[in-house]
Design a protein around this ligand. Sequence first.
Ligand code: IPM
Ligand code: MG
Length: 360
Amino acid sequence: MNKIAILAGDGIGPEIVAEAQKVLHCLQQAFGLSAEFEHAPVGGAGFDAAGHPLPGPTLALARQADAILLGSVGGPQWEQLERDLRPEQGLLGLRAELELFSNLRPAILYPQLADASTLKPGIVSGLDIMIVRELTGGIYFGKPRGIRTRDDGQREGFNTLVYSESEIERIGRSAFEIARKRSRRLCSVDKANVLECSELWREVISALGRDEYPDVELSHMYVDNAAMQLVREPKQFDVMVTTNMFGDILSDAAAMLTGSIGMLPSASLDSRGKGMYEPIHGSAPDIAGQGIANPLATILSVAMMLRYSLDLPELATRVEQAVGKVLDSGLRTPDIASPGMQTVGSAAMGDAVISALQAT
Ligand code: IPM
Ligand code: MG
Protein backbone atom coordinates (compact mmCIF):
# COMPACT_ATOMS: atom_id res chain seq x y z
CA MET A 1 0.00 0.00 0.00
CA ASN A 2 1.48 3.35 -1.02
CA LYS A 3 1.16 6.11 1.53
CA ILE A 4 0.60 9.49 -0.04
CA ALA A 5 0.83 12.67 1.99
CA ILE A 6 -1.47 15.39 0.73
CA LEU A 7 -0.40 18.92 1.62
CA ALA A 8 -2.88 21.25 -0.05
CA GLY A 9 -1.41 24.48 1.30
CA ASP A 10 -2.76 27.94 0.53
CA GLY A 11 -4.63 29.99 -2.04
CA ILE A 12 -5.83 27.84 -4.92
CA GLY A 13 -3.93 24.86 -3.43
CA PRO A 14 -6.95 23.17 -1.81
CA GLU A 15 -9.09 23.61 -4.95
CA ILE A 16 -6.60 22.10 -7.38
CA VAL A 17 -5.50 19.36 -5.00
CA ALA A 18 -9.16 18.33 -4.58
CA GLU A 19 -9.35 17.71 -8.33
CA ALA A 20 -6.08 15.76 -8.33
CA GLN A 21 -7.41 13.66 -5.48
CA LYS A 22 -10.52 12.82 -7.46
CA VAL A 23 -8.17 11.49 -10.11
CA LEU A 24 -6.29 9.43 -7.52
CA HIS A 25 -9.57 7.98 -6.23
CA CYS A 26 -10.58 7.09 -9.75
CA LEU A 27 -7.24 5.31 -10.23
CA GLN A 28 -7.91 3.38 -7.01
CA GLN A 29 -11.40 2.35 -8.02
CA ALA A 30 -10.94 1.66 -11.69
CA PHE A 31 -7.27 0.85 -12.16
CA GLY A 32 -6.16 -0.94 -8.99
CA LEU A 33 -3.97 1.80 -7.54
CA SER A 34 -3.16 0.76 -3.99
CA ALA A 35 -2.82 3.90 -1.91
CA GLU A 36 -3.86 5.55 1.29
CA PHE A 37 -3.95 9.29 1.81
CA GLU A 38 -3.27 11.51 4.74
CA HIS A 39 -3.71 15.29 4.81
CA ALA A 40 -1.67 17.85 6.74
CA PRO A 41 -1.35 21.63 6.71
CA VAL A 42 1.68 23.43 5.28
CA GLY A 43 2.61 27.02 4.45
CA GLY A 44 0.22 29.71 5.66
CA ALA A 45 -2.26 26.97 6.55
CA GLY A 46 0.45 25.40 8.72
CA PHE A 47 1.07 28.71 10.43
CA ASP A 48 -2.65 29.23 11.06
CA ALA A 49 -3.13 25.70 12.40
CA ALA A 50 0.05 25.25 14.41
CA GLY A 51 2.04 28.48 14.42
CA HIS A 52 4.65 27.24 11.92
CA PRO A 53 4.72 26.87 8.11
CA LEU A 54 6.09 23.35 8.48
CA PRO A 55 4.49 21.91 11.63
CA GLY A 56 6.26 18.91 13.18
CA PRO A 57 3.46 16.41 12.43
CA THR A 58 3.40 17.57 8.78
CA LEU A 59 7.13 16.96 8.43
CA ALA A 60 6.79 13.59 10.16
CA LEU A 61 4.01 12.58 7.76
CA ALA A 62 6.08 13.73 4.76
CA ARG A 63 9.02 11.64 5.98
CA GLN A 64 6.90 8.49 6.34
CA ALA A 65 5.07 8.86 3.05
CA ASP A 66 6.12 7.19 -0.18
CA ALA A 67 5.22 10.33 -2.05
CA ILE A 68 3.89 13.80 -1.32
CA LEU A 69 1.35 15.79 -3.31
CA LEU A 70 1.62 19.49 -2.63
CA GLY A 71 -0.69 22.28 -3.78
CA SER A 72 0.87 25.69 -3.33
CA VAL A 73 1.91 27.99 -0.52
CA GLY A 74 1.82 31.71 0.15
CA GLY A 75 -0.56 34.65 0.31
CA PRO A 76 -0.70 38.31 1.24
CA GLN A 77 -2.05 37.67 4.75
CA TRP A 78 1.24 36.07 5.81
CA GLU A 79 3.67 38.47 4.11
CA GLN A 80 4.24 40.55 7.22
CA LEU A 81 5.43 37.60 9.29
CA GLU A 82 9.12 37.29 10.00
CA ARG A 83 10.94 35.32 7.31
CA ASP A 84 11.22 32.05 9.25
CA LEU A 85 7.46 31.89 9.68
CA ARG A 86 6.42 32.79 6.14
CA PRO A 87 4.61 30.15 4.03
CA GLU A 88 7.52 29.70 1.58
CA GLN A 89 9.58 28.32 4.46
CA GLY A 90 7.20 25.35 4.59
CA LEU A 91 8.12 24.44 1.05
CA LEU A 92 11.83 25.20 1.42
CA GLY A 93 11.88 23.25 4.70
CA LEU A 94 10.34 20.16 3.07
CA ARG A 95 12.83 20.31 0.21
CA ALA A 96 15.78 20.65 2.59
CA GLU A 97 14.65 18.19 5.28
CA LEU A 98 13.81 15.46 2.80
CA GLU A 99 16.88 16.23 0.64
CA LEU A 100 14.80 16.60 -2.49
CA PHE A 101 17.72 17.92 -4.47
CA SER A 102 16.62 17.05 -7.98
CA ASN A 103 13.74 19.10 -9.33
CA LEU A 104 12.34 18.03 -12.70
CA ARG A 105 10.32 20.67 -14.51
CA PRO A 106 9.11 19.52 -17.89
CA ALA A 107 7.81 22.19 -20.26
CA ILE A 108 5.64 20.50 -22.84
CA LEU A 109 3.41 22.33 -25.23
CA TYR A 110 0.19 20.48 -25.79
CA PRO A 111 -0.53 20.91 -29.51
CA GLN A 112 -4.11 21.85 -28.60
CA LEU A 113 -2.76 24.92 -26.76
CA ALA A 114 -0.36 26.26 -29.40
CA ASP A 115 -2.54 29.37 -29.70
CA ALA A 116 -2.37 30.05 -25.96
CA SER A 117 1.36 30.75 -26.10
CA THR A 118 2.42 34.35 -26.50
CA LEU A 119 5.05 33.12 -28.96
CA LYS A 120 4.36 32.30 -32.61
CA PRO A 121 3.10 28.72 -33.03
CA GLY A 122 6.08 27.83 -35.25
CA ILE A 123 8.51 28.69 -32.47
CA VAL A 124 6.79 26.59 -29.81
CA SER A 125 4.86 23.82 -31.56
CA GLY A 126 6.19 20.43 -30.49
CA LEU A 127 8.11 21.96 -27.60
CA ASP A 128 9.30 19.37 -25.06
CA ILE A 129 12.02 20.55 -22.68
CA MET A 130 13.08 19.14 -19.32
CA ILE A 131 14.64 21.57 -16.87
CA VAL A 132 16.56 19.87 -14.06
CA ARG A 133 16.92 22.37 -11.24
CA GLU A 134 19.16 21.85 -8.21
CA LEU A 135 16.79 22.35 -5.30
CA THR A 136 18.49 22.11 -1.93
CA GLY A 137 21.62 24.22 -2.32
CA GLY A 138 22.98 27.36 -3.87
CA ILE A 139 21.98 30.86 -2.87
CA TYR A 140 18.60 29.71 -1.50
CA PHE A 141 20.29 27.96 1.42
CA GLY A 142 23.87 29.32 1.54
CA LYS A 143 25.17 30.87 4.74
CA PRO A 144 25.95 33.47 5.93
CA ARG A 145 22.82 35.36 5.02
CA GLY A 146 20.95 38.22 6.54
CA ILE A 147 20.51 41.97 6.80
CA ARG A 148 23.08 43.79 8.93
CA THR A 149 23.97 47.36 9.82
CA ARG A 150 27.37 48.58 8.72
CA ASP A 151 29.63 50.86 10.72
CA ASP A 152 28.47 53.83 8.65
CA GLY A 153 24.89 53.14 9.75
CA GLN A 154 23.68 51.85 6.39
CA ARG A 155 21.99 48.47 6.29
CA GLU A 156 23.10 45.84 3.79
CA GLY A 157 21.53 42.56 2.74
CA PHE A 158 23.70 39.57 1.91
CA ASN A 159 23.38 35.98 0.74
CA THR A 160 25.88 33.31 -0.13
CA LEU A 161 26.04 31.33 -3.35
CA VAL A 162 27.82 28.09 -2.57
CA TYR A 163 27.96 24.62 -4.15
CA SER A 164 30.21 21.75 -3.13
CA GLU A 165 31.61 19.34 -5.71
CA SER A 166 29.40 16.53 -4.43
CA GLU A 167 26.25 18.67 -4.70
CA ILE A 168 27.11 19.55 -8.29
CA GLU A 169 27.94 15.97 -9.12
CA ARG A 170 24.68 14.49 -7.82
CA ILE A 171 22.46 16.94 -9.70
CA GLY A 172 24.67 16.48 -12.75
CA ARG A 173 24.19 12.73 -12.54
CA SER A 174 20.39 13.14 -12.30
CA ALA A 175 20.42 15.29 -15.42
CA PHE A 176 22.73 13.03 -17.43
CA GLU A 177 20.56 10.02 -16.57
CA ILE A 178 17.47 11.84 -17.80
CA ALA A 179 19.29 12.96 -20.95
CA ARG A 180 20.15 9.31 -21.61
CA LYS A 181 16.47 8.43 -21.57
CA ARG A 182 15.67 11.27 -23.98
CA SER A 183 17.72 12.61 -26.88
CA ARG A 184 21.13 12.39 -25.17
CA ARG A 185 21.66 16.14 -25.25
CA LEU A 186 22.28 18.15 -22.09
CA CYS A 187 22.82 21.89 -21.73
CA SER A 188 24.30 23.07 -18.45
CA VAL A 189 23.46 26.67 -17.57
CA ASP A 190 25.74 28.81 -15.40
CA LYS A 191 27.40 32.19 -15.09
CA ALA A 192 31.00 30.99 -15.23
CA ASN A 193 32.22 34.24 -16.81
CA VAL A 194 31.52 36.06 -13.53
CA LEU A 195 31.03 33.64 -10.62
CA GLU A 196 33.63 31.28 -9.13
CA CYS A 197 30.80 29.05 -7.97
CA SER A 198 29.74 28.66 -11.60
CA GLU A 199 33.31 28.05 -12.65
CA LEU A 200 33.44 25.01 -10.35
CA TRP A 201 29.96 23.98 -11.52
CA ARG A 202 31.15 23.94 -15.13
CA GLU A 203 34.34 22.06 -14.27
CA VAL A 204 32.52 19.34 -12.32
CA ILE A 205 29.75 18.88 -14.89
CA SER A 206 32.32 18.68 -17.70
CA ALA A 207 34.39 16.06 -15.88
CA LEU A 208 31.27 14.00 -15.14
CA GLY A 209 30.30 14.11 -18.79
CA ARG A 210 33.77 13.13 -19.92
CA ASP A 211 34.24 10.31 -17.40
CA GLU A 212 30.79 8.78 -17.04
CA TYR A 213 28.51 10.02 -19.80
CA PRO A 214 30.59 10.28 -22.99
CA ASP A 215 27.48 9.18 -24.93
CA VAL A 216 25.62 12.38 -23.92
CA GLU A 217 26.33 15.51 -25.92
CA LEU A 218 27.07 18.18 -23.30
CA SER A 219 26.99 21.93 -23.93
CA HIS A 220 27.32 24.93 -21.61
CA MET A 221 25.50 28.23 -21.76
CA TYR A 222 25.56 31.42 -19.71
CA VAL A 223 22.25 32.06 -17.99
CA ASP A 224 21.57 35.41 -19.66
CA ASN A 225 22.01 33.83 -23.06
CA ALA A 226 19.89 30.85 -22.00
CA ALA A 227 17.04 33.18 -21.05
CA MET A 228 17.28 34.82 -24.46
CA GLN A 229 17.55 31.51 -26.34
CA LEU A 230 14.50 30.15 -24.49
CA VAL A 231 12.30 32.80 -26.03
CA ARG A 232 14.20 33.02 -29.35
CA GLU A 233 14.48 29.36 -30.32
CA PRO A 234 13.33 27.13 -27.44
CA LYS A 235 13.31 23.92 -29.44
CA GLN A 236 17.13 23.91 -29.56
CA PHE A 237 16.99 22.60 -25.97
CA ASP A 238 16.20 19.13 -24.72
CA VAL A 239 17.43 18.67 -21.14
CA MET A 240 18.81 21.66 -19.22
CA VAL A 241 20.54 21.45 -15.84
CA THR A 242 21.15 24.43 -13.60
CA THR A 243 21.39 25.86 -10.11
CA ASN A 244 18.56 26.53 -7.71
CA MET A 245 17.99 30.20 -8.52
CA PHE A 246 18.72 30.08 -12.24
CA GLY A 247 16.35 27.11 -12.45
CA ASP A 248 13.65 29.02 -10.59
CA ILE A 249 13.82 31.82 -13.13
CA LEU A 250 14.30 29.82 -16.32
CA SER A 251 11.50 27.40 -15.45
CA ASP A 252 8.97 30.23 -15.21
CA ALA A 253 10.08 31.48 -18.61
CA ALA A 254 9.89 27.97 -20.06
CA ALA A 255 6.45 27.49 -18.53
CA MET A 256 5.08 30.53 -20.28
CA LEU A 257 6.26 29.21 -23.66
CA THR A 258 3.64 26.52 -23.23
CA GLY A 259 0.82 29.00 -22.93
CA SER A 260 0.05 28.86 -19.26
CA ILE A 261 1.96 28.24 -16.09
CA GLY A 262 -1.24 26.45 -15.07
CA MET A 263 -0.25 23.42 -17.14
CA LEU A 264 3.14 22.50 -15.75
CA PRO A 265 3.84 19.81 -13.14
CA SER A 266 7.06 19.14 -11.29
CA ALA A 267 8.80 16.41 -9.33
CA SER A 268 11.34 16.95 -6.56
CA LEU A 269 13.28 13.77 -5.89
CA ASP A 270 15.78 12.49 -3.36
CA SER A 271 18.51 10.00 -4.19
CA ARG A 272 16.19 7.02 -3.74
CA GLY A 273 13.30 8.22 -5.85
CA LYS A 274 11.03 9.39 -3.07
CA GLY A 275 9.44 12.56 -4.24
CA MET A 276 7.27 15.57 -3.72
CA TYR A 277 5.00 16.52 -6.60
CA GLU A 278 3.55 19.96 -7.19
CA PRO A 279 2.42 22.31 -9.90
CA ILE A 280 5.07 24.90 -10.62
CA HIS A 281 2.61 27.77 -10.36
CA GLY A 282 2.02 29.62 -7.11
CA SER A 283 -0.99 29.99 -4.84
CA ALA A 284 -2.67 32.65 -7.04
CA PRO A 285 -4.45 34.45 -4.17
CA ASP A 286 -6.18 36.72 -6.68
CA ILE A 287 -8.35 33.86 -7.94
CA ALA A 288 -8.42 31.64 -4.84
CA GLY A 289 -11.84 30.44 -3.77
CA GLN A 290 -13.48 31.17 -7.12
CA GLY A 291 -13.30 27.62 -8.44
CA ILE A 292 -11.64 28.70 -11.68
CA ALA A 293 -8.01 27.65 -11.16
CA ASN A 294 -6.56 25.23 -13.68
CA PRO A 295 -6.13 21.84 -11.93
CA LEU A 296 -4.23 20.26 -14.83
CA ALA A 297 -0.71 21.04 -13.55
CA THR A 298 -1.59 19.26 -10.30
CA ILE A 299 -3.22 16.35 -12.13
CA LEU A 300 -0.11 16.08 -14.31
CA SER A 301 1.95 16.14 -11.11
CA VAL A 302 0.03 13.02 -10.06
CA ALA A 303 1.14 11.46 -13.34
CA MET A 304 4.75 12.29 -12.49
CA MET A 305 4.24 10.72 -9.05
CA LEU A 306 2.97 7.52 -10.64
CA ARG A 307 5.99 7.43 -12.91
CA TYR A 308 8.84 8.45 -10.61
CA SER A 309 7.85 7.32 -7.10
CA LEU A 310 5.17 4.65 -7.44
CA ASP A 311 6.68 2.87 -10.44
CA LEU A 312 3.39 2.82 -12.35
CA PRO A 313 4.36 4.27 -15.72
CA GLU A 314 1.30 2.84 -17.54
CA LEU A 315 -1.04 4.66 -15.17
CA ALA A 316 1.02 7.82 -15.62
CA THR A 317 0.58 7.61 -19.36
CA ARG A 318 -3.16 7.05 -18.94
CA VAL A 319 -3.51 10.20 -16.90
CA GLU A 320 -1.48 12.21 -19.42
CA GLN A 321 -3.55 10.86 -22.28
CA ALA A 322 -6.76 11.68 -20.43
CA VAL A 323 -5.60 15.29 -20.09
CA GLY A 324 -4.86 15.35 -23.83
CA LYS A 325 -8.36 14.07 -24.61
CA VAL A 326 -9.98 16.71 -22.43
CA LEU A 327 -8.05 19.42 -24.26
CA ASP A 328 -9.05 17.82 -27.56
CA SER A 329 -12.67 18.04 -26.49
CA GLY A 330 -12.33 21.82 -26.25
CA LEU A 331 -12.62 22.35 -22.50
CA ARG A 332 -10.48 25.19 -21.15
CA THR A 333 -10.07 26.87 -17.78
CA PRO A 334 -9.89 30.68 -18.02
CA ASP A 335 -6.05 30.78 -18.06
CA ILE A 336 -5.98 28.79 -21.30
CA ALA A 337 -9.29 30.01 -22.73
CA SER A 338 -9.44 30.68 -26.44
CA PRO A 339 -12.18 31.66 -28.87
CA GLY A 340 -14.52 28.83 -29.82
CA MET A 341 -13.55 26.72 -26.81
CA GLN A 342 -15.74 26.06 -23.78
CA THR A 343 -14.51 27.78 -20.62
CA VAL A 344 -15.07 25.72 -17.46
CA GLY A 345 -14.09 25.83 -13.78
CA SER A 346 -11.73 23.63 -11.79
CA ALA A 347 -14.31 21.00 -10.81
CA ALA A 348 -15.69 20.53 -14.32
CA MET A 349 -12.14 20.18 -15.61
CA GLY A 350 -11.34 17.56 -12.97
CA ASP A 351 -14.57 15.67 -13.76
CA ALA A 352 -13.74 15.72 -17.46
CA VAL A 353 -10.33 14.16 -16.80
CA ILE A 354 -12.00 11.41 -14.78
CA SER A 355 -14.53 10.71 -17.53
CA ALA A 356 -11.70 10.53 -20.04
CA LEU A 357 -9.81 8.14 -17.77
CA GLN A 358 -12.82 5.92 -17.31
CA ALA A 359 -13.35 5.81 -21.04
CA THR A 360 -9.89 4.27 -21.63
C1 IPM B 1 9.12 27.59 -7.11
C2 IPM B 1 8.70 28.75 -6.26
C3 IPM B 1 9.45 28.72 -4.92
C4 IPM B 1 10.91 28.83 -5.24
C5 IPM B 1 9.00 29.75 -3.89
C6 IPM B 1 7.52 29.69 -3.62
C7 IPM B 1 9.79 29.63 -2.62
O1 IPM B 1 8.90 29.94 -6.94
O2 IPM B 1 8.93 26.44 -6.68
O3 IPM B 1 9.62 27.82 -8.21
O4 IPM B 1 11.45 29.94 -5.38
O5 IPM B 1 11.56 27.79 -5.36
MG1 MG C 1 9.53 29.71 -8.97
